[in-house]
Design a protein around this ligand. Structure first.
Ligand code: SF4
Length: 451
């Protein structure tokens, strides 16, 4: 098999790995133009200074001795297989880099022969790149669960970022769908990498020429929607991983039905992309807004409502927290207001030093008044002319994607004797809207049953 064939197979097999931020463009290459935005393994990641860099995303091999039911590379799947030699992969990376196609490498692998053997092949590739080829670009490598810690250590000294995929949110799901893996199997290398990063920080201060160990930290990836695990379980797990292992990111990957199995969603069912999006929003709240998983969801409400973003959902459920006076509230209180983000909260605090703020000032600062107006006062006043009704508030918070999930509105002819608007508003939410809201928040199995 020539290198181009291997490249086609192994970049395609790597597309399910989302542990690097990638774009969602589907523009294909065309005659007379250079480049294509689909298919072939170039994806984007963001450097520490915010620069977008393109990575060559590829598998070392898609041979695998394991049989994870959700994975296209599982041993029982009849798929074309290929494996790069370390030199082939190093040569390809350098060739692409010199042509300016890529700025870095993202390499993962199926388990060939044993975790140690796979890890050694990855090390060999990275040694070639960092050694004779003097490649100074970004490298993100997957640490192989089950490999010896000496090998993981060597890998970490060659790569910028490492990741160990947690794969599924619970031990129960792992047992069912990835019987060769256990939670401990995955958490052990994660803990090892975390400890080595900490030690390395200390070494860097003590010894001027100490080699950096995974200087860009570690991340992980979780598959969403392959198992009945709730958003509450997923967010709790993500929060625990951030706290215990200081992960840079937890990536969520909407499950693409690639396998026929009784325990998995049927082939052809759409990947839960909106759920993935809402989980990223909630993850953002955990990392930058000071929220805790248990504030956003609980046992009684285990799933994020897809109709609106989790911050708006939280605000609607905690109306006693509002209105917030923007000229007095502290930074963390401001962050809880829908429509006020990290940047605008900082700007509000800075702007208040030179005078009090009004609604026009807030708009200039970048506050999204369309949402924030319902939750704030400026110098004790609500926005002039604003009429807050529970129904109107709920509608205003529903996002564009959420609106598509709602049943089409039916218009009815009002009779002369219909109740006056004020009377109608006495019920907190219109029954239809409230039912749609509840249905949307139901666990996926129940939603399926309802359908
Ligand atoms: S170990 Fe990785 S590559 Fe192998 S079957 Fe499981 S998920 Fe797929």
């Amino acid at each position: 098999m020539d290198v181009l064939e291997k490249l086609t197979i192994l970049t395609d097999a790597a597309k399910y790995d989302v542990a690097c931020t990638s774009s969602g463009v589907d523009r294909e290459g065309k005659p007379g133009a250079t480049g294509s935005a689909v298919g072939c393994g170039i994806c984007h990641a963001f450097a520490a200074d915010g620069r977008c860099i393109s990575l060559f995303k590829v598998l070392m091999t898609n041979y695998c001795i394991y049989n994870c039911k959700y994975c296209v590379n599982r041993i029982s799947n009849d798929a074309p297989r290929a494996a790069f030699t370390p030199r082939e992969l190093a040569d390809l990376t350098m060739g692409f880099y010199r042509r300016n196609y890529i700025e870095g490498l993202f390499v993962s692998s199926g388990i060939i022969r044993s975790p140690d053997y796979t890890c050694e092949r990855l090390i060999k590739t990275l040694e070639l790149l960092r050694g004779p080829y003097r490649f100074n670009g970004y490298i993100h490598v997957k640490a192989i669960p089950g490999a010896d810690s000496k090998l993981i250590e060597r890998l970490g000294l060659l790569a910028d970022r490492m990741s160990v995929n947690i794969e599924l949110p619970s031990q129960q799901s792992l047992q069912l769908l990835a019987p060769d893996k256990t939670k401990n199997h995955i958490l052990k290398p994660m803990g090892f990498i975390h400890n080595r990063i900490q030690e390395n920080r200390y070494d860097m201060v003590r010894y001027r020429h100490a080699t950096k160990f995974a200087p860009a930290g570690q991340s992980t990836q979780m598959i969403i929607g392959a198992t009945p695990d709730s958003d509450y379980q997923i967010l709790n797990l993500a929060e625990g991983l951030y706290q215990k292992y200081a992960l840079k990111r937890v990536f969520f990957s909407a499950y693409m039905p690639v396998a026929e199995h009784a325990l998995l969603p049927p082939a052809g069912s759409p990947p839960p992309l909106l759920r993935e999006h809402r989980l990223y929003q909630a993850d953002w709240l955990l990392r930058f807004y000071g929220f805790q998983a248990r504030e956003l969801l609980d046992e009684a409400h285990p799933n994020i409502n897809p109709l609106m973003d989790p911050k708006c959902s939280w605000a609607i459920a905690h109306m006693d927290y509002f209105p917030v006076e923007v000229n007095k509230a502290d930074y963390h209180t401001l962050l809880r207001v829908p429509g006020i983000g990290v940047r605008s909260a900082k700007r509000i605090i800075a702007a208040r030093k030179s005078g009090s703020l009004d609604y026009a000032g807030l708009k200039k600062i970048g506050v999204v008044l369309k949402r924030a107006q319902y939750f704030i006062t400026c110098s004790g006043k609500l926005l002039e002319g604003l009429r807050v009704t529970p129904d109107g508030l709920l509608r205003a918070m529903i996002t564009e994607q959420g609106r598509r999930l709602l049943p089409q509105e039916e218009y009815e002819q009002l009779s002369l004797f219909s109740p006056l608007p004020q009377q109608a508003e006495q019920s907190p939410f219109s029954p239809k809207l409230l039912q749609a809201w509840k249905d949307a928040a139901a666990p996926p199995q129940e939603r399926r049953r309802a359908l």
